[in-house]
Design a protein around this ligand. Structure first.
Ligand SMILES: Nc1ccn([C@@H]2O[C@H](COP(=O)(O)O)[C@@H](O)[C@H]2O)c(=O)n1
Ligand SMILES: C[C@@]1(CO)OP(=O)(O)OP(=O)(O)OC[C@H]1O
Length: 160
């Protein structure tokens, strides 16, 4: 029997009008918001896709269609908890995960610990098993021009 599974996820949202961005379940004040159907939390969306991908359960848009009014302005932490429930119902849980946020601003570092704690709480795992990192793209590409935020995530599933 397989004892581990791996998944990866990636997400992008464009900046738009607003005064904050949601990242890893944390509200970060910023001079822009993001354009999205939900709260636009790229870090959590990438994590959800990694979790779903680990069990080949499709992607976030399949489980929470952008055409569904229920997900308008939704708190993406609910998506994480739902994905976690799907994994646990199949006998799995996240062993550890690692998320990288790519943007020139806002600075993620000061909020990384709060993000780790929120994600760990939603997954029911130790904070030590949740990594949140950030990088700029050295002013290159759409993130470098400040047009949007990207995030990628990997997770390892273990038997619950
Ligand atoms: N949005 C960001 C981007 C970067 N950081 C932190 O700065 C470090 C240096 O970034 P480089 O892109 O110049 O390598 C990076 O390692 C992060 O610690 C950040 O907090 N938020
Ligand atoms: C999260 C969902 C919810 O409808 O919409 P968005 O907030 O636009 O985010 P995206 O990363 O495009 O994922 C698709 C949807 O599942």
């Amino acid at each position: 029997m397989t004892d581990i599974r791996i998944g990866q996820g990636f997400d992008v949202h464009a900046f738009g009008a607003g005064d904050h961005v949601m990242l890893g379940g944390v509200r970060i004040p910023h001079d822009r918001g993001v354009l999205a159907h939900s709260d636009g939390d790229v870090a959590l969306h990438a994590l959800c896709d990694a979790m779903l991908g680990a069990l080949a359960l499709g992607d976030i848009g399949r489980h929470f269609p952008p055409s569904d009014a229920r997900w308008k302005d939704a708190d993406s932490r609910a998506f994480v908890r739902h994905c976690d429930a799907l994994l646990r119902a199949r006998g799995w849980r996240v062993g550890n995960c690692d998320i990288t946020v790519v943007c020139e601003a806002p600075k993620v570092g000061p909020h990384a610990q709060a993000m780790r704690e929120a994600i760990a709480a939603d997954l029911g795992i130790d904070t030590d098993a949740v990594s949140v990192k950030a990088t700029t793209s050295e002013r290159l590409g759409f993130t470098g021009r400040g047009e949007g935020i990207a995030a990628q995530a990997v997770c390892l599933l273990v038997r619950a």
